[in-house]
Design a protein around this ligand. Sequence first.
Ligand code: SAM
Ligand code: SF4
Ligand code: SF4
Length: 379
Amino acid sequence: MGERVNPIADLRYAATVPPVPAAATRASGALHDRRGRPLRDLRISVTDRCNFRCTYCMPKELFGASYAFLPQASLLSFEEITRTARLFVAHGVHKLRLTGGEPLLRKNVEQLIAQLAALRTPEGKPLDITLTTNGSLLARKAQALKDSGLQRVTVSLDALDDAVFRRMNDVDFPVAQVLEGIHVAQRVGLAPIKINMVVKKGTNDHEIVPLARHVREHFGPGVVLRFIEYMDVGASNGWRMDEVLPSAEVVARLDRAFGLQPLAAHTLGETAKRHAYRDGGGEIGVISSVTQAFCGDCNRARLSTEGKLFLCLFANQGHDLRALLRGQRDGRPYTDEDIAAAIGLVWAQREDRYSELRTQQTPAAQPGQPRVEMHYIGG
Ligand code: SAM
Ligand code: SF4
Ligand code: SF4
């Protein structure tokens, strides 16, 4: 391991070091978990820090000046992230999403994107690389992101009304700058652009129709607005079921306002259910993580900023890949084959399906084993 790390921040989430099989076999690209689900999508958190304090994700009272974010030495380097991503690609991953915290806060993130963009699937195809951002730095960075090889971007935007938006990000950030970021992203050719709105009943659900209207009128069909049900991620947002507005209600409201018709899914494992505007004005998506679980074909793995692998957004136990990336066996560093085999074993044993098992009453996190927080593992 070598490097000194802050034990408090580093040990916040439990993780075990995955066993490395004695004889490693080559990754086949056709790995499946215990429920027959392949591994296709890797979400990489590049920082646990954020310049927003969204009330549902990093409430100010808990993420204040005294909060211990991960120290620099804990973070995976760009080389470590790229190596890990390459091993996941050999196992069948073809989509990478950079997230956080706020990924655009990670210094020189464009260099990481350039390294990831050079990876190829076993069939020689480029990967689908995207990034989820709060949009605050997008106007400034969109061109550099595009130049580094990023294809598309997802921007989180919870309200069109400036006062509501400022209240939800809780750092008084103006909505106009995020809208400007989306315009610049569109201009430099990042496409398709998706906008994600987390809907919290009683907080911003009155913004659904105005935001949809704004996107239709100002961005056009190239920008897809998606509505996410407010989830019980982590343990710090004080989630309550009665603050969830079911996606069916979102669709009903948009149907009344504009007229919608359902669309077929593009791919297996797609999280959003798609609907087209009847007038040809583009489409919207709804992500019903609470009311309609989609664990059955969940093909996503998540890599935390300091190299812990989580197999479910709601997991309370990670798998410490950094220990392998920086560790040794019999006096020699682990090889790519060793680490790929360890990842293969971990995925093969996966059984997670939290959303399917979720009940109206959120089970309390185990003492000493808090569920991972969204700012730490990304969306
Ligand atoms: N900071 C970036 C952003 O906000 O886009 C990337 C990280 S953020 C954790 C990723 C996504 O998770 C965002 O779209 C955010 O709205 C969503 N999110 C965070 N907490 C959530 C919750 N409790 N329920 C549903 N979505 C949530
Ligand atoms: Fe930051 Fe994104 Fe979480 Fe908001 S949702 S606090 S922008 S990480
Ligand atoms: Fe995948 Fe876990 Fe979400 Fe189910 S709850 S869809 S297994 S991340």
